[in-house]
Design a protein around this ligand. Sequence first.
Ligand code: ADP
Ligand code: MG
Length: 493
Amino acid sequence: MSAIKSLYFCGVIKNDIYQAVIGLEVHAQLLTKSKLFCSDSTAFGAEPNTQVSPVSLAHPGTLPVMNKAVIELATKLGVAMNCQIEQHNYFARKNYFYPDLPKGYQVSQHTTPICKGGFLIIHTPVAEKKILLNRIHMEEDAGKSIHDNDEKNTSIDLNRAGMPLLEIVTEPCIHSADEAYSYLTELRKLLRWIAVCDGNMEEGSMRCDANISIRLLGETKLNTRVEVKNLNSIRNVKRAIEAEVQRLITLTENNEPVIQQTRSYDALNNTTFALRSKEEADDYRYFPEPDLAPFFISEEYIETIKNSLPALPAALQKKYTTQYQLSAYDASVICADKEDADFFEALLLHTKNYKAAANWMIGPLKSYCNENNIGFASFPLLPAQIAELIELTNAGKINFNNASGKILHEMMAKPGSNALQVATDLNLLQESDNSALQSWVDKVIEAMPDKVKEYHAGKKNLLGLFAGEVKKMSKGKADMQAVTKLLTEKLNK
Ligand code: ADP
Ligand code: MG
């Protein structure tokens, strides 16, 4: 069956027989200082079981107290993802037994997720696509079971119990591993941008489960799905989806049934394996949490949150490509990170050379950041200092190589210095005054009549020779871009 061997692109499995259908559930741990219902710290990496008050340990008689910062972050994300914010909220108990869940239930939301609907736009190689959200709800995390500490026992760390999470659930509208990859990349960027979650998948503060099924292309019904867990990087989500879709196609081609299962991804062997079957629907016996009062979110509150949001990456990217005429690539690189975009915005307060500013950002400034492993927020020079450098380069007073090499680095070595002073001290100012340049150009051309004849006879590369002579005459100070322009004008008169 050649169909099985096929790969797929943009949702359509190449031979046009099957379509992958994927819905993603992302758990984002919120950047609050304390847990959802008590004052235990949320800091990562502490000794096991040191951030565990009686509330986290579920001692009898303890009561939860709502952390308002969680509602704020949930509303922020909902507004940023174009969701409808639920005004009448309550928490519900989701009951199940597990050793790392001391209460025997998880406090979650059931019929009133705080955010409904909404979408996130991703860019596929062919077009923009809206990834539709089903809901975002608040819930508390469970503790962590550690199985590989010792052979016979499972260890439990309850530092994570009661951590505030948002579960962000898409509709089953994702149709390829690449789309899933783009969605998660965009989502993580947004979460970081608005400081809702640090997006760190290795530390588990952003986790993703992928629900996957396949159907014949053109069908609209949803077939039996599997849920793949334990995906610790965006790249592994992509690889797991590719592997799982292939497995589902093989099953289908062999007339074997797809069983609704929870599976785990084994990155080493690039395969998935069954954890448990999910045939009997989970019965969590949800009921409203009696220890927490229902709460109301007012229109004014939502409006305040809306107004407090920074410009979002998608809007900024659009502004850069339309208003500033930057390429889509440049705009996306600058908006990869809020720190970068903030620096760029600050640069633009001092220079209107958008393209040059973008080139500086993506080129020498970004290289410096990468080499020194710092972000733009800790860049050693102020945007105003960089802007001066850009302006001087654009005016032809210094050339780009000197500006981005010697002058930039000298300025960093001398805090508070300005570009013009440093260029002067280093003797790197170049002559861009047209009358001075013109007289050198005239002299060079007068002195070399034979070469000028050859040039006119077709030896156009002699331009370099003339330019070199002007450079010599100016003791290296001529603005060579302007010289080339003047030479060409004069020779072609
Ligand atoms: P559960 O509560 O069992 O996790 P949900 O209805 O909340 O189920 O769905 C979880 C995720 O699975 C959602 O992202 C949804 O889009 C996705 N999903 C549901 N049915 C399918 C299917 N047949 N194929 C792929 N994804 C699906
Ligand atoms: Mg689920």
